[in-house]
Design a protein around this ligand. Structure first.
Ligand SMILES: CC(C)(COP(=O)(O)OP(=O)(O)OC[C@H]1O[C@@H](n2cnc3c(N)ncnc32)[C@H](O)[C@@H]1OP(=O)(O)O)[C@@H](O)C(=O)NCCC(=O)NCCS
Length: 180
């Protein structure tokens, strides 16, 4: 059960709740956000309801640590970042994230991920965090590289997205890179 709240200079990272459903829907209904997310943009509010319920259930059973990302200045929910696919024995997990397109390129993802990663290495005692991104998702790769992730691999045609095969670039961040 994770009910942790983290704050950064401009953001609050906090558990997601049922009241987030409309903002969560708006996030994934945006075709720009869904472009490299390996699923169609949402068209129905029930998709957001199911997703929020799944996020709450995963928090309760400990399988995922997902934070809603809120602007401190206005309280607006601008996205989320999650640590998931935990392999406890190996102290590793994956990271996933999305922000509403109107706030892109202002450093918010980098700021939010930095806090979530610090939480992963400190409170969750992780040794390694992995990310899997589409090579065309330049902004996402840039965020990971700014945070010290290293490119570790390339897997062609790993996903079938909107009828088109998409490649994966694998990134990894080790605790020792983070601490250096
Ligand atoms: C990926 C995402 C989270 C980045 O969020 P963000 O708040 O814009 O990220 P930041 O502002 O912290 O950093 C983005 C960086 O990418 C750079 N960038 C973005 N698009 C770029 C492009 N087309 N070419 C070159 N650099 C680009 C920005 O300039 C910035 O780098 P800088 O700080 O060195 O200038 C956001 O675009 C998003 O939510 N995308 C949709 C969901 C998604 O793809 N999630 C990741 C799935 S793995």
């Amino acid at each position: 059960m994770q009910d942790v709240v983290l704050t950064t200079p401009r953001l609050k990272l906090r558990p997601m709740v049922e009241g987030d459903i409309p903002a969560h829907f708006a996030l994934f209904a945006d075709p720009e956000v869904a472009r490299y997310w390996s699923r169609e943009p949402w068209t129905d509010m029930t998709q957001a309801e199911e997703s929020i319920r799944a996020i709450i259930a995963a928090r309760e059973d400990g399988s995922e640590v997902r934070f809603g990302i809120e602007l401190l200045s206005s309280g607006e929910l601008i996205g989320n970042v999650g640590l998931h696919h935990f392999f406890g024995q190996n102290r590793r997990c994956e990271i996933g994230y999305a922000l509403v397109s109107k706030v892109w390129n202002q450093g918010y993802a980098t700021e939010a991920l930095r806090a979530a990663i610090q939480h992963g290495f400190d409170a969750l005692d992780l040794n390694r965090i992995e990310a899997d991104i589409d090579p065309r998702n330049i902004g996402s790769g840039r965020v990971l590289e700014k945070l010290g992730f290293r490119k570790e691999g390339y897997m062609p045609e790993r996903w079938l997205v909107f009828g088109e095969f998409a490649d994966t670039v694998n990134y990894g961040l080790l605790r020792r890179y983070w601490e250096a």
